[in-house]
Design a protein around this ligand. Structure first.
Ligand SMILES: Nc1ncnc2c1ncn2[C@@H]1O[C@H](COP(=O)(O)OP(=O)(O)OP(=O)(O)O)[C@@H](O)[C@H]1O
Ligand SMILES: [Mg+2]
Length: 257
């Protein structure tokens, strides 16, 4: 049994995302090496590690923006579909929030949030709008609904991006450095939304160097280096007694900033 399996077993959660012995190359570069990771339902897993260690690639394989060379990835017990309608459904089940907000520039904030549910989930326009307005309220930008993305601050745009992902009613949310493009004063408003999402029971995989978020909201911290998961531990244990030299070295660098 691997460390991550035992972790999930000990918390008694139903496995929602499972990666087993996943390998991935970009040409000669081995970017994911025998990656095993289990994320239980409702669990919040923070992924950290040096630049180029494979964190974004890991996230991208989970909604099949990247294919894998070998191994197995399942979502809610089912292997990721390769193409077609099933793949579109998978993408809807896996919400993704990137560093660059990726909103549709020519659509209003509200339309950004209603588009997916109408097109991919078959919701009526009225239903989608009601849900969008609820979600925009929840992330604190209800008063911006009729504006265009460029008229919003970065923090507001990122909160809209979170609302847009949530509108699809995903089973899991992936965040890839959601605050690293933001001015410092906007970071907390986004982290607060993520913390409340975590508290609401959403299953989340979050690549971030915001260690305050990891301490407050994470159930586990996963440390990656050179495409491998070197450590998978509870935040308290990871921050106070990291087991691996690479984790110690990494922590000493980011915590002394
Ligand atoms: N599409 C691609 N083609 C070729 N190489 C790639 C591609 N995407 C990523 N890589 C390489 O794979 C490795 C892992 O990249 P990845 O973006 O997953 O790292 P990361 O941990 O997210 O880094 P960062 O902290 O800088 O975001 C890096 O060496 C990167 O240059
Ligand atoms: Mg990255």
């Amino acid at each position: 049994m691997t460390g991550s399996e035992s972790n999930v077993a000990s918390t008694g959660r139903r496995p929602l995302v499972e990666l087993r012995d996943v390998d991935k190359h970009f040409g000669a570069l081995h970017v994911l090496r025998s990656v095993d990771l289990t994320v239980g339902e409702g669990e919040v897993v923070v992924v950290i590690g040096p630049s180029g260690s494979g964190k974004s690639t890991l996230c991208r394989t989970i909604n099949r923006l990247e294919t894998i060379d070998s191994g197995r990835i399942t979502l809610d017990g089912r292997e990721l579909p390769a193409e077609g309608k099933e793949l579109a459904k998978l993408r809807a089940d896996v919400g993704m929030v990137f560093q660059s907000f990726n909103l549709f520039a020519h659509k209003t904030v509200r339309d950004n949030v209603t588009l997916g549910p109408v097109k991919a989930r078959g919701k009526s326009a009225a239903e989608a709008r009601k849900k969008a307005d609820e979600l925009l309220e929840r992330v604190g930008v209800a008063n911006q609904a009729d504006k265009y993305p460029a008229q919003l601050s970065g923090g507001q745009q990122q909160r809209v991006a979170i609302a847009r992902a949530l509108a699809m009613e995903p089973k899991v949310m992936l965040f890839d450095e959601p605050t690293s493009a933001l001015d410092p004063e906007m970071i907390n408003e986004v982290l607060d939304v993520m913390i409340s999402l975590a508290k609401s029971g959403m299953t989340m995989i979050v690549v971030t160097h915001e260690m305050g978020f990891a301490r407050r909201a994470a159930d586990r911290v996963v440390f990656m280096a050179d495409g491998q998961i070197l450590e998978d531990a509870e935040p308290e244990q990871f921050f106070t007694a990291p087991r691996h030299e690479r984790s110690k070295d990494f922590l000493s660098k980011i915590l002394t900033h």
